[in-house]
Design a protein around this ligand. Structure first.
Ligand code: SF4
Length: 240
């Protein structure tokens, strides 16, 4: 887990100074929090998820960096790990927003209370929420048997907000197939944007056996089929 400081600041595991792909349409800096309450077998950020990432950066250092790049960067992304687990997230978002940066938050959707508070306080401009599988099939991802209730609440909070947002599914077998994508798309019916992400088999995973047991990659023609299934339920559906 990431380590909240007494003054509400956050110790971050990493800072990517420039990204062209993490915040739609913006050149952004990306901040990585550590620790996650999910155990997705295909997680590419295993050290971050376990809270074992070797580097630590105090949020005050990151704020100094962001101050120095005000005329160069167009936004900031906070990702993880799971950023909503850290009680310092409100102060961190507030500090970033006070510099005038649009802020994007990546989340697994497990903390609807935190998302609601961040939105209520106007501390985020864009939320990207992962939907790993149909909400009643989260056993491989979360130890919480009632996680579907939290995920449903997060989806509602996000879709009812005025914030920019997207829902994202990593398309990895055996968790994601045509019926799964159709079920997810029905769950988020009317959503502004649904992103289907192909699984990248070359990356190391949280479960080291995951890649070895079977090839989880879906072929491009399968991805196109999934998109065709999901598209009628949402306003915009893309493969990224
Ligand atoms: S992929 Fe899963 S385990 Fe990894 S950081 Fe995201 S939610 Fe956590």
């Amino acid at each position: 887990m990431s380590i909240p400081l007494g003054d509400g600041s956050v110790i971050l595991a990493g800072l990517q100074k420039n990204s062209f792909i993490d915040f739609p349409g913006k050149i952004s800096a990306v901040l990585f929090t550590t620790g996650c309450n999910f155990v997705c077998p295909y997680c590419h950020n295993a050290d971050l998820a376990r809270g074992e990432y070797p580097t630590r950066i105090e949020s005050a250092q990151v704020i100094d960096f962001l101050k120095s790049r005000i005329n160069m960067l167009e936004g900031v992304v906070i990702t993880g790990g799971e950023p909503t687990l850290d009680s310092g997230i409100f102060d961190l978002c507030g500090s970033i927003k006070s510099l005038g940066y649009p802020l994007k938050l990546d989340t697994n959707g497990s903390r609807p209370d935190v998302l609601g508070r961040l939105l209520q306080q106007g501390l985020v401009d864009f939320i990207a929420m992962d939907i790993k599988a149909p909400l009643n099939r989260y056993g491989p991802f979360s130890p919480n048997p009632k996680i579907h209730e939290r995920l449903t609440a997060s989806i509602r909070i996000i879709m009812d907000s005025t914030c920019g947002y997207e829902f994202r599914t990593t398309c990895a077998a055996p968790f994601v197939n045509a019926p799964a994508v159709e079920t997810i798309a029905r769950t988020i019916e009317g959503a502004a944007c649904y992103v289907l992400q192909p699984f990248n088999r070359r990356a190391a995973c949280l479960d080291p056996e995951f890649n070895r047991r079977q090839d989880p990659t879906l072929f491009p023609d399968e991805m196109i089929r999934l998109k065709a299934l999901a598209a009628p339920f949402v306003r915009h559906c893309i493969i990224r």
